[in-house]
Design a binder for this molecule. Structure first.
Ligand code: ATP
Length: 216
């Protein structure tokens, strides 16, 4: 059974706050691969600022040469909202014998109850939440119940299982967001140390975020 991490997002643009937690989760869980799946038309937010082609090029530059990190383009060409649960169902059909680990930040996890058919996510994958070490989270209602029923205490307790558990995995906190990177570029700033160097170079060349209205 292989262990496949799935990391969806807008990646508008990809930044170190995506990459470092993904790397730490890859290592803590001994994942065989991590698939970065950029959204074409994200259901819960405004349309991406950068064109799909640029978001892909930035991700390619960010992932190049990193063991196990790969770009998965299945969502990016879609023009209708693409729900995570549908993408997971497709991956489950493709990889019937493997364990799937949906990787999300705490902000995304807390928004789960607003996701389309969110309870079915647990029938298709484990959920790994990148969280702040030592932070006690305030989870209520149906999400609290799901967490109480499904919480795994350590990566090892998921051994041999394919889906259904929730793991809160402490990672180095990097208070970086794509909005902040866009705001920096829109203000004529340099995103050095917020994004990998090859991504920074492409961003400065492309001018793609120069006119966005982001204020950070
Ligand atoms: P934006 O600022 O445009 O909302 P974002 O930086 O949050 O974007 P997304 O592509 O929307 O990036 O996020 C994809 C996933 O990455 C989500 O699960 C989100 O929780 C997670 N994520 C984003 N930034 C961080 C961070 N700094 N640390 C941990 N997880 C993060």
């Amino acid at each position: 059974m292989r262990k496949i991490g799935i990391f969806g997002g807008t990646f508008d643009p990809v930044h170190l706050g995506h990459l470092r937690p993904a790397l730490e989760i890859r290592d803590a869980l001994s994942l065989d691969e991590v698939r970065f799946i950029p959204a074409g038309c994200p259901p819960h937010r405004h349309a991406p600022v950068a064109p799909a082609r640029l978001r892909l090029a930035l991700l390619e530059a960010a992932l190049a040469g990193v063991d196990g990190f790969r770009l998965d383009e299945r969502e990016i060409g879609k023009t209708t909202p693409c729900y995570t649960v549908d993408t997971l169902a497709e991956l489950r059909r493709e990889f019937p014998r493997d364990a799937l680990y949906l990787m999300v930040g705490m902000d995304a996890f807390l928004g789960f109850p607003g996701w389309h058919d969110w309870q079915r996510v647990f029938e298709l994958a484990h959920v790994v939440v990148a969280h702040r070490p030592g932070w006690v989270m305030q989870v209520r209602g149906a999400l609290h119940e799901a967490l109480a029923a499904r919480r795994a205490e350590a990566p090892e307790s998921l051994a041999g299982t394919q889906d259904g558990r929730i793991l809160l995995q402490p990672v180095t906190q990097l208070e970086i967001s794509a909005s902040r990177v866009r705001a920096c570029l829109a203000g004529g700033g340099d995103p050095r140390y917020l994004v990998p160097e090859p991504v920074r170079e492409l961003l400065l060349e492309s001018n793609a975020y120069a006119n966005c209205k982001e204020t950070g």
